[in-house]
Design a binder for this molecule. Structure first.
Ligand code: ATP
Ligand code: MG
Ligand code: MG
Length: 590
């Protein structure tokens, strides 16, 4: 294993560890934590990070970056990373998403359970504690119930250049706030009638410190707590509490939360003063989110792609979801390599999709056995090879790994070759089959093209050649004739047909939906206009016989074409369907 490159987050952690920041840390013993965590015991993990998805959608490539970062840090520092479902929002969450998220994290090669399948964290398990924190803020004069309408609140919040104004309810007495908050909890008021706000500073230059809302009324059932609650914590209030209760040391999030950090710190400092949290407290660190060319990651847009059936579903191999990437044939190792290679920083960046694909190719080149598939078959007839005769040619399973051995490929008088490997009238620089030219049939013989057959419309239906019997690969005569072309083939009698799906990028433009040069002023583009019309093409290919028994998710390099995987959804025993994961950097040459 290579040493991971250092970055500003690692530097931060190194400094914290060198300063002994967490040596006396103990479990806070908060309610609802997974059973194996020991209240009041010293924490054996050096650092704790977390990956906190909201279970309201499928994870995408951006989440994969965050997963590799958080779980990777825990692994490298002898710490732990919590998989926590941020399910404080009552309406949207579903079990289907919880399951797909756990499966995605596991697939990426990380584990959170330390042997206990149930060791998952749910923010909703802390609702009692969060409510107690809110009550403490009221009792200590740090929170008040506001009864303004949403519009009034917005109007008084001010802007970046204009400071906010105090709510007329800001100076309610502690008794009044306490009573109102209890009545909110008891369900006496409709949604929106009151909110609980932190009492900080309406004149703060940071709008997030202008008395942010921390609890709201929401008459809605929750998937975990049912009808127990009709008040729910706001995300910005809940998140720091979740982190602190779980002894998270480094709470890593994307840059848009940078302006929330002062509130994160303010809240935990107040709760620590009140004895509701223990020091050392977690600290928030922000990094820039992943953006990729040719890809959309916005949840709204992904939903639209699925609902309007531009793709076959969340796991369509063209989707930038983790389930889609898996079905496409991308590998967990490739994801981890990509995360390592792009690193983390605070600068907004747009990564070229080619960087992602190259990481996948790098891993696949190393790990995939080679096979032969003819995607656009044209018959080659070797006129001087005896009819009915057949022999074996031996093809290495991996050119860089002789230990993986060779397999036998039947060779006979009639072979399938790629249609584009023949040109009746060759273009300049074309070294493949054309009348009078010689090429090697890989692992087989050198042949010389003699002509072709055409149908009534002039389409080429078969190519003819003669072979040189003493030029078989691996025999002394193999080098007796020099050729430039080196073609793949499968024997007609033994080949079998299978569906192969040739995937390409879902979008044809690097920034889908972005304005283009020359667009009239005010023109708004739609990302759907940039869908690539050729993002999937299905062919019936001719494959070498050994592929017939390929199993779901087996990955291969089809020589001269690229990387392919057996589709995990549509494959049937004895009838694999293949998806193209990526082309070779340079396909079909010379
Ligand atoms: P939404 O808020 O619309 O539900 P989200 O992408 O923030 O979308 P979460 O489920 O909250 O969804 O994300 C979980 C974690 O993944 C967060 O910590 C977030 O910072 C991280 N994350 C999400 N998108 C990206 C991205 N593009 N790059 C890096 N990290 C991301
Ligand atoms: Mg979010
Ligand atoms: Mg998301």
């Amino acid at each position: 294993p290579t040493t991971p490159a250092t970055n500003f987050i690692r530097n931060h952690i190194d400094a914290d560890l060198a300063a002994g920041k967490y040596t006396i840390r103990r479990w806070s013993g908060a309610p609802g934590l997974a059973a194996q965590q020991l209240a009041g015991e010293p924490d054996p993990a050096k650092i704790r990070t977390r990956f906190p998805p909201e279970p309201n959608g499928y994870l995408h490539l951006g989440h994969a970056k965050s997963i590799c970062l958080n779980f990777g840090l825990a692994r490298d520092y002898g710490g732990r990373c919590h998989l926590r479902f941020d399910d404080t929002n009552p309406e949207k969450e579903e079990k289907e998403y919880v399951d797909s998220i756990t499966e995605a994290v596991r697939w990426l090669g990380f584990s959170w359970d330390e042997g206990d399948e149930n060791n998952l964290y749910y923010a909703s398990n802390y609702f009692d504690w969060m409510f107690a924190c809110a009550e403490y803020l009221i009792e200590s004069g740090h929170a008040y119930v506001d009864s303004q309408s949403a519009e009034e609140m917005r109007a008084r919040r001010g802007t970046l250049t204009e400071q906010g104004q105090d709510s007329p309810y800001r100076n309610r007495s502690i008794e009044e706030n306490r009573a109102l908050f209890q009545r909110m909890k008891a369900g006496e008021f409709p949604d929106g009638a009151h909110v609980l706000r932190a009492k900080i500073d309406m004149a703060s230059p940071n709008i997030n410190l202008r008395d942010p809302a921390i609890y709201r009324i929401r008459h809605a059932a929750h998937h975990n707590t049912g009808d127990k609650w009709c008040v729910y914590p706001m995300y910005t209030f809940a998140h720091p509490i979740e982190d602190a209760l779980e002894n998270i040391t480094h709470s890593i999030c994307t840059l848009e939360f940078e302006d929330q950090r002062p509130f994160y710190d303010w809240l935990l400092a107040r709760l620590a003063e009140g004895g509701l949290m223990q020091r050392p407290l977690p600290q928030q660190i922000e990094f820039s989110r992943l953006n990729l060319t040719y890809v959309v990651l916005s949840k709204r847009k992904l939903i639209q792609l699925v609902e309007e059936k531009h793709v076959s579903g969340w796991d369509d191999p063209r989707m930038p979801t983790i389930v889609g990437a898996r079905r496409r044939g991308y590998t967990p190792e490739g994801f981890r390599l990509f995360a390592e290679r792009i690193g983390v920083s605070k600068a907004d960046s747009l990564i070229d999709y080619a960087v992602f694909e190259d990481c996948m190719r790098e891993v696949l080149n190393e790990s995939s056995e080679r096979r032969v598939a003819v995607l656009d078959p044209l018959k080659l007839i070797i006129d001087n090879y005896p009819a009915g005769q057949s022999e074996e040619c031996f093809a290495p399973n991996h050119p860089l790994k002789p230990e993986l051995g060779k397999r036998a490929m039947p060779f006979s008088r009639e072979l399938w070759i790629e249609r584009e490997d023949f040109m009746e009238t060759p273009s300049k620089g074309y070294h493949r089959l054309y009348p009078g030219n010689r090429v090697r049939l890989r692992y087989g013989y050198i042949v010389e093209c003699t002509g072709c057959d055409k149908d009534v419309d002039g389409n080429v239906v078969a190519v003819h050649c003669n072979y040189f019997p003493d030029t078989k690969s691996g025999t002394p005569g193999a080098d007796s004739i020099k050729v430039k072309g080196n073609l793949h083939w499968v024997s007609v009698a033994e080949a079998y047909s299978a569906e192969v799906r040739l995937y390409d990028r879902l979008f044809a433009a690097p920034a889908p939906g972005a304005r283009r040069e020359g667009d009239a002023e005010g023109v708004e583009r739609n990302f759907l206009d940039d869908l690539n019309p050729d993002s999937m093409r299905t062919v019936i290919a001719r494959l070498e016989p050994s592929l017939k028994t390929a199993q779901a998710e087996d990955r291969y390099q089809f020589e001269r074409h690229g990387y392919f995987v057996v589709d995990r959804v549509d494959a049937r025993p004895g009838a694999p369907v293949f998806n193209r994961t990526a082309t070779l950097r340079q396909s079909i040459a010379p």
